[in-house]
Design a protein around this ligand. Structure first.
Ligand code: PGA
Length: 240
């Protein structure tokens, strides 16, 4: 099964730094063994919105995917400041990160708002990466699921990312065994095709988390290409 490696840049970097980042990644893939190994992985970059048009071209040639970090709960129309799925047409964006812990905490996103965003993403044929930040994930997932009618039909376009709030940006990743328990629970109850882990993932711990999950969501350690490439190298080495 495909493993996902997602770089969530949050509100960091600018266009020059982003281009440099992708050029460095391109250089890393000059190494044929790296290029071949990561063919079986889905590398996804979630940049700030304004960087997407420029990254769209570069990402096509590099075969990395793009995700937005958020999406409007509405369609096209009079919603000042919001970016909806239709605005992204033609920009090579296949994924939408939804319900991130920072969105819930700092922007007051409720389960019903997250559910509306999920519906918008699916209507635009995007794959949603739904973030859950509570140790008790069932009520959090249930609160969203109960508001989305065609959940079962769309499950192939849903990736769940378990990111315990305390582990995000703290430098203290969650306990691998505890994460494994949660991930197995999500897989059993929801027959979820892909479940990822996020929260202080680094080159040092990424292989452990990849072993028990379908991928990792990386924030701080994705901002500098050197760190991100170290993380990719650690994944490659662990598989040998
Ligand atoms: P972090 O962020 O790797 O800096 O903890 C992860 C995330 O919030 O997606």
């Amino acid at each position: 099964m495909t493993k996902y490696i997602i770089a969530n840049w949050k509100s960091n970097l600018d266009i020059n730094k982003a281009i440099y980042w992708l050029e460095q990644l391109e250089e890393y893939f000059f190494d044929v063994s790296a290029k071949n190994f990561f063919r079986n992985h889905e590398i996804i970059i979630a940049p700030p919105y304004p960087l997407i048009p420029v990254l769209a071209e570069l990402s096509r040639s590099l075969k990395v995917k793009l995700s937005v970090q958020d999406l409007s709960p509405y369609g096209a129309g009079s919603y000042t400041g919001a970016v909806c799925a239709q605005n992204l047409t033609g920009l090579n964006v296949n994924y939408a990160l939804l319900g991130h812990s920072e969105r819930r905490r700092l922007f007051q996103e409720t389960p019903s708002i997250v559910a509306d965003k999920l519906i918008q993403a699916w209507q635009a044929d995007m794959t949603a990466i739904l973030c859950l930040d509570q140790e008790e994930i069932e009520p959090q997932l249930q609160a969203i699921q109960s508001q989305v009618e065609n959940w079962q039909e769309k499950k192939e376009q849903l990736i769940v990312a378990y990111e315990p709030a305390a582990a995000i940006g703290s430098g203290e990743s969650a306990d691998v065994e505890q994460v494994q328990t949660v991930i197995e629970k999500i897989r059993q109850i929801y027959h979820q095709p892909a479940v990822l882990y996020g929260g202080s993932v680094t080159a040092q711990n990424t292989a452990d988390f990849l072993q028990i999950s379908d991928g990792v969501l990386v924030g701080s350690a994705s901002l500098k290409t050197a760190d991100f490439i170290r993380l990719l190298e650690a994944i490659k080495e662990a598989s040998q």
